[in-house]
Design a protein around this ligand. Structure first.
Ligand code: MN
Length: 247
């Protein structure tokens, strides 16, 4: 299974969780929310070659952690994956919007210089401004829009711009989420949990618990689940082998 957006470091017992990922042979993009969390999160995956640690600065805390952009810059040469980064247009974050833009723009600028990065991007209530910035920095790397929840129009725009998507069980629970997933090109879709922030009943989703997403992909592509899972694996392989500038 492929979990292309999971916060391994934020589970209560991350070492056990990582050991399970290793035993299950899961492919995980282990995203972080601050540059200062990167080193410890990277250390968690020692011996797990199917887990990669992404360097992130989450938009919800961009205003508190802007000072860590310096550390972001120092660490960027060591990583191929960036995330979680992006913008969040939720009303309660309105006062931080200018800083969010400043931080995300600086990150895209650094990624443009670094070349070849793959970015896991948050765009809640901010699809359009995220796409505007990605358009302004066309060499920032390969964008993977995580849990996309914008309009159909912006989705079509993202597709035309070459964006990829990671979709999780939570998205398949609403009619709107299902409609968006069905509209994504099947060659640019990956699966994710966004655990531990998403739940399956009362329990947080564990890494790789993407079965519901795979089932829905299978349904919307009119194939069986095995076939859909293979498509997602093929997609990941293509993403990993075609992006240039591997550090
Ligand atoms: Mn997340």
């Amino acid at each position: 299974m492929i979990d292309f957006h999971c916060h391994l470091d934020l589970y209560p017992n991350p070492n056990d969780v990582v050991a399970k990922c290793r035993d299950q042979g899961l492919y995980v993009l282990s995203v972080t929310t601050t540059p200062s969390a990167w080193e410890g999160t990277e250390a968690l995956r020692v011996g797990c070659h199917r887990i990669r640690t992404a360097l992130g600065l989450h938009p919800e805390i961009a205003h508190q952690r802007k000072g860590e952009l310096l550390l972001f810059e120092q660490l960027l040469p060591e990583v191929r994956y960036v995330g979680e980064v992006g913008l969040d247009g939720s009303p309660e974050l309105e006062g931080t919007w200018a800083t969010q833009i400043e931080v995300f723009e600086r990150i895209l600028e650094m990624c443009s210089d670094a070349k070849g990065r793959v970015l896991s991007i948050h765009s809640r209530r901010a699809a359009r401004p995220v796409l505007d910035l990605l358009e302004a920095y066309p060499c920032a790397g390969t964008p993977v829009l995580h849990w996309y929840s914008g309009s159909r129009h912006d989705l079509d725009r993202a597709v035309a711009m070459g964006c990829w998507f990671s979709v999780g069980p939570a998205m398949t629970r609403s009619a709107r989420g299902r409609e968006l997933i069905a509209r994504m090109p099947r060659t640019r879709v990956l699966t994710e949990t966004d655990g531990p922030f998403t739940r399956n009943g009362r329990q947080p989703l564990m890494p790789g618990e993407v079965g519901q997403a795979v089932s829905f992909l299978a349904e919307s592509w009119s194939v069986d689940s095995g076939c859909a899972a293979k498509q997602v694996r093929d997609n990941l392989r293509r993403l990993v082998t075609t992006s240039e500038g591997r550090p």
